[in-house]
Design a binder for this molecule. Sequence first.
Ligand code: PLP
Length: 280
Amino acid sequence: VASAGTVTTGAIDPLNDLADFCEQEGLWLHIDGAFGGLGAADPQVAHLYKGIERADSVVLDPHKWLATAVGCSCLLVRQGDLLVDTYKLVPSYLAFQTGKGFAGDKWYSHRSAEQTRPTNRALMCLWNIQQAGSEGIIAHIRRHLDLANSLRLLIETTPGLELIAGGPLPVVCFRATPEALRGSELNRFNQTLVERLQTEGVAFLGGVDVYRGNKKRPKARRTRASVTGYPIEKHENEEAVYCLRYCNLHYAVTEKDVQTIVREVERVAELCLAEQAFAH
Ligand SMILES: Cc1ncc(COP(=O)(O)O)c(C=O)c1O
């Protein structure tokens, strides 16, 4: 499984290299583009997705970057017949011969785990595509890329904030870095900050561990640990940095919202510092 936009940082795997590898080894290449796959539609970043067209299957979530209401996921499979082989049920009341009778040649309950599904998912997606057209969809994607770039720039120019990862997709991982705090104290502080931000109700950011190289760390150590307690294997020579995570695919988000996020992070960070909320 290759990724066309990871959850944590929006990183895109070298898809063409992975397609070469899978071809050589006779492996099925599935690409998870649930969040980021639609970025391939924007010519400015399309080169990052080179190789996606060689996948055996790709998942895309219109309910993420296509402004479709929740519940609309889409799986593209090169050899569609394999879905029929996998899912078809042949009790007599569903056993129609291809092209004959009521079935026609597409019987969707033979192509997924769901026997019965609401049509509105497909319609929501179709209507959005029809209404926006390819130009509208590209503009929608580009706007989110631009907003995330603005946020990255704002973070880089705001004292007390540090950009950790993200880009070019609209994911931005960053943290507050009050002068007095170091290492694990910084991680704890940022965890408290995320919790407080969420309950303040002005800007909702997630929190996430980002692993980054640390040249000072001895190479031999290999542990299973993460700041959130979720058991992730740490690679040698890496440290977990707990970050605030921005990922905004909403059609109505504006430049003003991005600025509000930064101001709110600054405000709440000051509150947390003043209250020593991180001390325990
Ligand atoms: C890269 C990626 N894959 C898969 C998923 C899961 O998608 P869903 O919630 O539609 O099942 C997500 C959700 O955030 C995602 O970002």
